[in-house]
Write a protein that binds this ligand. Structure first.
Ligand code: SF4
Length: 453
C-alpha cells in the first residue's frame, strides 16, 4: 500500500448515531427534480429543440446504458436483466447506434464530448466486436475532446482480457469495479460469488492494458455483513491502491426490485449496527490516506475528483459524485436519463420497446420535466450542499427558510451564519437529511427511498 498524505479534513472521529435522522428514508439527490415529476408532455420534439439550442461549443458528457448482466445479484437496484433470447445484445447495439445517429445530428457542430461513461447492467457483457462497433459509431456521430475521459463500470467476474483489450484500444481511461464485499458467506447471501483473486486479476489486467485509473464500489448493510467484513473490503481496496472508492448502503426495496426477495430480511444489519458499518468503511479508508468526497466517495489525494473537490468544482449527476463539468449529460440506451440546461428527460425503460422504437426510426424519449427558476435554485442549493458541505443560500429563496432546517440546526448537524449554511463535522454523514430540508417535493412515503445512512 502506498503511504498517502494525511487528509486535511476528516470524518474519522467517532460518528454520532442519531436514529431519528439515520433511519429517515430519503432520495440520494443525484439530481433534482425527482423522477416522480417527469411527465409525458416532454417528448421527442421538445428534446430535439433543446439539443439543437445547446451553446455552439458545449462540453458534453455521454452515458451509455447496457441493461444486461450474466446473472442477477440479489441486492441489485439497477435497471438490468439477464438476456433470455438468442442475442438481444447485438440488436441492442444496433439500437444504440441508431440513437447515436439521431442525437448526434441534432448537436451543434462544435460541441465536444469530454466524458463518456458506460454503465448498466454490466457493460462487460459486450463482445469485443460490439465494443468496437459502439466506439466507431460514437466517433462517427460525436466529436470528442482530446482529453476526454472514457470510463466503464465493470463486473470483475465478466471482465475477460479480450473485453479489457477492446475497451483499452478504444481509449478507456477509467474503470469502476463492483467489489461490494469480499466475505464468501455474504457473497453467497447476495448471489454474487466473486473470489478475491478474480478481482485482483481484473485490476492487474486493466493496469497491464494501460487503464491506470481504477475505482472500486463497496457496500455496507448487506445480509450477514459485519463491521469486520466492511473493514476487510475497504482494506483490500486500499491495498490495491485504487484511485477512488465509493461506499453504498444496501437499499432493501423488494416491492420495487423483485429479485431482492432472495435476501433474508432477518439477516440485514439494522439501526446502529448498519450505521457503524458506514463509519467503519469511512474510518478505514481515511486511515489508509483517502480523502472523503461528499458523503459516500473517497479519493486518493492526487485523483481528479479530489482536485475538483478542493477547487469547489465537484458536481453531482445521475452516476453520483463527479468531476465532470459538462453542461449537458446525454444518456443513450433504455431507461437512461439526460440533463440539459433547464430540462431533464428519460428514454423508455423497457429494452424491448427501446429496440422497437429505434428500429422504427422513432426517438426513445418518453418523459421528462422542464426546470422552473425555483427548481434550478433548489437543484443548485442541494448540489452545492452535497458537494461542498456549505452553501450560500440565495437571497431570492422563495419563502422564508425551510422550517425543518431548524430541526437539523438544533440537532447540531448544521450551522447558519448570515445566509451561509455550514454542515458541521457531526452533520457530514447526515448531509442527505440536511439537503432534504430544501426539497419541496419530498413527501413522507415509506418504502420509496433508501435509508439516509
Ligand atoms: S452485476 Fe451489477 S448491475 Fe448486474 S445484477 Fe449485479 S449489481 Fe446489478
Amino acid at each position: 500500500m502506498i503511504a498517502r498524505a494525511r487528509p486535511e479534513k476528516s470524518t474519522a472521529r467517532r460518528w454520532v448515531y442519531m436514529p431519528e435522522f439515520a433511519q429517515e428514508q430519503l432520495p440520494r439527490y443525484t439530481s433534482y427534480p425527482p423522477a416522480n415529476r417527469f411527465h409525458g408532455g416532454i417528448g421527442p420534439g421538445a428534446v430535439a429543440a433543446a439539443l439543437e439550442s445547446l451553446p455552439a461549443d458545449s462540453k458534453l458528457s455521454l452515458y451509455i446504458h447496457i441493461p444486461y448482466c450474466q446473472k442477477l445479484c440479489w441486492y441489485c437496484g439497477c435497471h438490468t436483466s439477464v438476456p433470455t433470447q438468442a442475442d438481444p445484445v447485438d440488436s441492442y447495439v444496433d439500437a444504440l447506434e441508431a440513437e447515436m445517429s439521431q442525437v448526434g445530428a441534432l448537436l451543434p457542430a462544435d460541441a465536444r464530448v469530454s466524458h463518456l461513461h458506460f454503465g448498466g447492467g454490466s457493460p462487460d457483457i459486450l463482445r469485443p466486436a460490439q465494443i468496437d462497433r459502439l466506439f466507431a459509431a460514437l466517433r462517427r456521430n460525436f466529436a470528442f475532446a482530446r482529453y476526454a475521459e472514457i470510463a466503464t463500470e465493470s463486473d470483475p467476474r465478466g471482465l475477460s482480457s479480450d473485453v479489457i483489450g477492446a475497451f483499452a484500444r478504444n481509449g478507456l481511461s477509467r474503470a469502476s469495479l463492483g467489489v461490494q464485499v469480499l466475505d464468501a458467506g455474504v457473497q453467497e447471501r447476495i448471489n454474487r460469488i466473486q473470489p478475491r483473486e478474480s478481482i485482483e486479476a481484473a485490476i492487474a489486467g486493466l493496469r497491464r492494458a494501460g487503464v491506470e485509473s481504477i475505482n472500486v464500489d463497496m457496500m455496507y448493510g448487506l445480509p450477514g455483513q459485519t463491521i469486520d467484513h466492511v473493514v476487510e473490503t475497504a482494506t483490500f481496496a486500499a491495498m490495491q491502491d485504487v484511485d477512488r472508492v465509493a461506499v453504498f448502503g444496501y437499499a432493501h426495496v423488494p416491492w420495487m426490485k423483485k429479485h431482492q426477495k432472495g435476501i433474508d430480511t432477518n439477516e440485514l444489519p439494522e439501526g446502529e449496527a448498519r450505521f457503524r458499518q458506514a463509519e467503519a468503511a469511512a474510518r478505514t479508508l481515511e486511515q489508509a490516506g483517502y480523502l472523503p468526497i461528499g458523503f459516500d466517495h473517497f479519493a486518493a489525494p492526487g485523483d481528479s475528483m479530489a482536485t475538483a473537490e478542493r477547487r469547489g468544482a465537484l458536481r453531482r449527476n445521475f452516476q453520483g459524485y463527479t468531476d465532470d463539468d459538462a453542461i449537458a449529460l446525454i444518456g443513450l440506451g433504455a431507461s437512461s436519463i439526460s440533463s440539459l440546461p433547464g430540462m431533464i428527460y428519460q428514454n423508455v425503460a423497457d429494452s424491448g420497446r427501446y429496440r422497437e422504437a429505434l428500429s422504427e426510426r422513432r426517438s426513445p424519449v418518453v418523459r421528462g420535466v422542464l426546470l422552473s427558476d425555483t427548481d434550478q435554485r433548489v437543484a443548485r442549493t442541494i448540489e452545492r450542499l452535497m458537494c461542498d458541505f456549505t452553501v450560500e443560500l440565495p437571497d431570492e429563496w422563495p419563502q422564508a427558510l425551510p422550517l425543518n432546517l431548524a430541526r437539523v440546526i438544533n440537532a447540531g448537524l448544521a450551522e447558519l451564519s448570515g445566509r451561509t449554511l455550514n454542515v458541521t463535522a457531526q452533520g457530514r454523514p447526515y448531509v442527505r437529511n440536511i439537503a432534504a430540508c430544501f426539497d419541496p417535493d419530498l413527501a413522507p412515503q415509506p418504502g420509496r427511498h433508501s435509508l439516509a445512512i
